[in-house]
Write a protein that binds this ligand. Structure first.
Ligand code: ADP
Ligand code: MG
Length: 237
């Protein structure tokens, strides 16, 4: 079966000022199989978010190939990219990007509303199911401004899972949380990975959390400097 993700010599440059182009990703090759639970580490400014945005189809590479499920994304129109993003990829960010005027349930329903074609009772049922799964049934009707940071991040995870995407990209999802809460949020993602086989790629600075991942990828100055399979180390005892 094709890799879920294949990156072939991905480069990315940004225009800084009128003339200078700075390259921040210098040719990234990476293959990610279905079901992996990977940590992406590296110093600040090394290109982790840039890489995640490219994988998540929020930004295009300057050159190189990105294949999702064996399909090249190079020739896709903006419309096709948006459609693929909606079905294939869920995002969790450090600052959850929830809509504060919405309840927890409404936030989780957002990706389904964008997708349309689904009766509203069904969307509500799916949202409530996910909120129950992340332990937030009691807060389904609460506005997200009225719940804690850890709870907000759990709503963000439920929202990322709403369309049941094969891939979840998380950019420092626990960066804003205390250690205990960060552990809980991480547990949740790991449990979903184990139960549903959803692939996770998680940017984190936390070595304890990274050591629980099945793979550890390190990026320094726009290059992969380490790529370690940890499945043997993390096998259930
Ligand atoms: P990380 O997430 O690892 O901290 P980033 O991917 O955010 O790193 O940034 C990598 C480098 O690219 C940094 O030097 C940053 O300043 C630069 N960069 C990121 N986005 C842009 C942009 N939109 N325009 C110009 N430079 C950018
Ligand atoms: Mg970043």
């Amino acid at each position: 079966m094709a890799d879920l993700l294949l990156l072939d010599g991905i480069r990315k440059s940004f225009n800084v000022g009128a003339r200078t182009e700075t390259e921040v990703l210098h040719g990234i090759d990476l293959a990610v199989r279905r079901g992996e639970f990977s940590a992406l580490m590296g110093p600040s400014g090394s290109g982790k978010s840039t890489l995640l945005n490219i994988i998540g189809l929020l930004d295009r590479p300057s050159s190189g190939g990105l294949f999702i499920n064996g399909q090249s994304t190079a020739a896709l129109s903006e419309q096709e990219l948006t459609k693929l993003r909606g079905h294939a990829i869920g995002f969790v960010f450090q600052y959850h990007h929830l809509i504060s005027a919405f309840t927890a349930r409404e936030n989780v329903m957002m990706p389904m509303l964008v997708d349309r074609g689904r009766p509203s009772f069904d969307m509500e049922r799916r949202a409530d199911e996910l909120l129950e799964w992340v332990g937030l049934s009691r807060w389904q009707d609460s506005y997200v401004t009225n719940i804690s940071g850890g709870q907000q991040q759990r709503v963000a995870i439920a929202r990322a899972l709403a369309m049941n995407p094969p891939l979840i990209l998380a950019d420092e999802p626990t960066g804003n949380l205390d250690t205990g809460t960060a552990n809980d949020v991480f547990d949740l993602m790991q449990r979903f990975n184990r139960n549903h086989g959803t692939t996770f790629l998680i940017v984190t600075h936390n070595h304890d959390l990274a050591s629980r991942c099945s793979r550890l990828i390190e990026l320094v100055d726009g290059r992969v400097t380490r790529d370690e399979d940890r499945t043997a180390k993390n096998a259930p005892q």
